[in-house]
Design a protein around this ligand. Sequence first.
Ligand code: SF4
Length: 328
Amino acid sequence: MKPADNDGNPVPSYPRELALPVVSLSGWKDSLATALLAIERHGRDRVRLQYADTGNEHPLVEEYVYEYLPDALGVTIETVRADFSKEIERKRTYIDTVWRDEGVAEDTIKTALEFLVPTGIPFLDLCVWKGRFPSRRAQFCTQELKTRPLTRALFDIARSTNLYVENWQGVRRDESSARKNALVWEDGDCGLWIHRPIATWTAQDTFDIARRHGIKSNPLYSFGCTRVGCMMCINTSKSEISNVQSRWPFVIEKIEKWEFIVRKCSKRQLATFFFFDSKEGRTDIEHYQANNIRQAVAWSQTSRGGQQFDLEHFMPRSECSSQYGLCE
Ligand code: SF4
C-alpha cells in the first residue's frame, strides 16, 4: 500500500534524507516562509532556491532578491529567465509571409518588423511576440514567464542529481477559494513531487517565521503594496495603480514605452496594458486612446463616482490564476 497522509492523500515513499527541496521563490512572504522551512528541515546546504525573473519587477524587489536574501539566507538564488528569441524569429517570418499574403498594409508590416526584435526583457519579449499584453482572460504571462521556465529548470536539476527533487511552493489554503483545497503533497509529472508545507498556515505564521530567523520582509510591504511580482501586474487594482503613480512614476513611463513598442508589433496597431473601457463602436485608435496606461492612471485617481469603466479589470484579486504560488 502506498503511504498516505491523514486525509488519505499520497505522500512520497523515499527516505527524507534523499529529498532535494527546490523552492520557487517570488520574494513575497509565503515563498520566503517556505524557503525558511526548507532550510530548517533540510539545512541550507541541501536547499535550492529558484527565482523567475520576468524583467518587469520593481528595482526594490530585485535588490531584495539579488542582494539581500542570498546573504540573509545563506543560500544562492538561481535565476531563471524565459527566452523568446526563437519565437520572435518565427513571428518575423510569419509577418513577412502570411501578413503579406493576407494583404496587411505594407507600412504595418514594415513597422512590425522594425520593432519585433528581442530586447532580453522577458516580459516585453513575450508581449512583442504575441503582439499584445496578457490579460485576466488570457493570462499567459504566468505560464510563459514563470511556470514553464521554472519547471524546465526543475527537470534540469532532476537530471543532474541522484536525489528526489521536490518543488516546494508557498501556497496557503486561506489565501483564496481557488487555493482552499491545495494539497500538501502532490505527485507531479515524471516523478517530481510538489510540496506545499505551509498550506495550513495563516499569513501571521509566515511573518512569524521570518521574524524568528531575523529576515526582513520585502520592502514593498512598507509602501502599501499588497502583491509582489510584476510592477505593473495585469491584475493591479485601482488603488495600486494610484499608489504606483504617486510613488514610482518611472514604472508608468516604462509601461507607456512598452505599450508603444507592443502596439507597433500588433496587426491592428492596438495594444494596451489594461483594457478596461471596451465601449462598442470605436475604431482601434479610439480604443487605444481610451485604454492606454495614462488613462488608467487618470481613472485610478478619481474618487468613487468618477467615470465608470469595466470594474472587473480593477477589482482587488487575492491571487492570480497560478496554482503554484508564483504570482502572489
Ligand atoms: S505578476 Fe501579474 S503580470 Fe506578472 S506574470 Fe504574474 S500575473 Fe502576469
